[in-house]
Write a protein that binds this ligand. Structure first.
Ligand SMILES: C[S@@+](CC[C@H](N)C(=O)[O-])C[C@H]1O[C@@H](n2cnc3c(N)ncnc32)[C@H](O)[C@@H]1O
Length: 303
């Protein structure tokens, strides 16, 4: 925090307060001093005047990525003191999706109890993590689509659904599920069309002998393709080139039914920009570290 202005650097600044203060610094033309551009959707905070100093006093490189995550999702205004029932979420870094405890498919919910209108098109985020990414999208688009997060870490799902209630949203839901064993049963029972599937920064499982733990495997790809409506899309991304390449190879193999679309521009076949209008938490961490994020967007052909 060394290069924040004095007010920002005051020891009493909680992350949320800090985020609000940083927003107050984000005046036109929306650049931090390091030249990192503030994403366009922050512009709603533009009206706020600089009560704590000028834009010169924030260096994004000095910010913690947790602060940047709060900044990215500030519009959600989530309550960070959460109920005793949900508790403080301490989570294991990685789980092994091949362990027997994750081999049972998740029960199919009563969709009419989960969504206000279960006939709407559906977006599924596989490995939804904290859920903030989907919550943000669902809040922006309350009318035309439903959102479903599949996540293998139960505490994250519990907290994400707690936030769904806090935000009063009826178009987003999270299910504790191993996507590789549950996707087909869950999604084939959904009453509306499957419009978009995202797999964003999946766990890399670096060691070769652990590659089989990666979420994108042939059965999941088949199941996504079977359930996706014609014209529906699949977005994959990773900041680990080998993981992105692995997903790309598997989806490129389906060229008879899938085509790569590069609406956001492409470089070496990778999309240059994030087409969702909001970054995921892993994406924020990666970009702060200067890593490149490799993305591909595919569309199911109208056969
Ligand atoms: C690196 S995190 C990325 C989270 C989020 N997509 C992002 O970009 O910030 C990968 C997430 O996928 C979840 N995950 C891993 N394997 C999974 C599986 N088989 N089914 C569902 N979720 C899984 C992990 O628990 C973790 O939350």
């Amino acid at each position: 925090m060394a290069s924040l202005c004095q007010a920002c650097a005051s020891s009493s600044a909680t992350p949320l307060l800090l985020a609000k203060r940083v927003f107050s610094l984000a005046t036109s033309p929306f650049y931090f001093t390091s030249g990192h551009k503030i994403p366009r959707h922050y512009s709603s905070f533009r009206a706020s005047t600089s009560a704590y100093g000028s834009a010169d006093c924030v260096d994004i490189k000095e910010m913690k990525s947790t602060d940047l995550v709060e900044l990215e999702y500030a519009e959600l205004n989530l309550k960070y003191k959460i109920s005793e029932e949900v508790g403080h979420v301490r989570i294991r870094q990685h789980v092994n999706p091949l362990s027997s405890s994750f081999s049972t498919p998740a029960p199919v919910p009563a969709w009419e109890e989960v969504y206000k209108d279960p006939s709407l098109p559906l977006m599924v985020d596989i490995g939804s993590g904290s859920g903030r990414f989907l919550l943000w999208l669902a809040k922006k688009d309350a009318e035309s689509r439903n959102y479903l997060g599949l996540e293998i870490r139960q505490k994250l799902v519990k907290r994400a659904n707690f936030w769904v209630n806090e935000l009063g949203l009826s178009n987003v839901h999270f299910i504790y599920a191993n996507a590789t064993v549950s996707f087909d049963q869950l999604i084939s029972s959904y009453p509306g069309p499957l419009e978009l599937v995202s797999i964003l920064c999946p766990d890399p499982h670096f060691k070769k002998r652990h590659h089989k733990r990666r979420v994108v495997q042939k059965p999941l790809v088949n199941s996504i393709l079977q359930n996706l409506k014609p014209g529906g899309k699949i977005l994959v991304q990773s900041d680990v080139l080998q993981v992105a390449q692995d997903m790309r190879n598997q989806l490129d193999e389906e060229a008879k039914v899938l085509q790569h679309v590069d609406t956001a521009g492409a470089e070496d076949g990778w999309l240059v920009a994030n087409p969702m209008g909001i970054r995921t938490e892993r994406e924020i961490h990666a970009e702060l570290e200067g890593a490149r994020v490799y993305r591909r967007l595919y569309q199911k052909l109208q056969l």
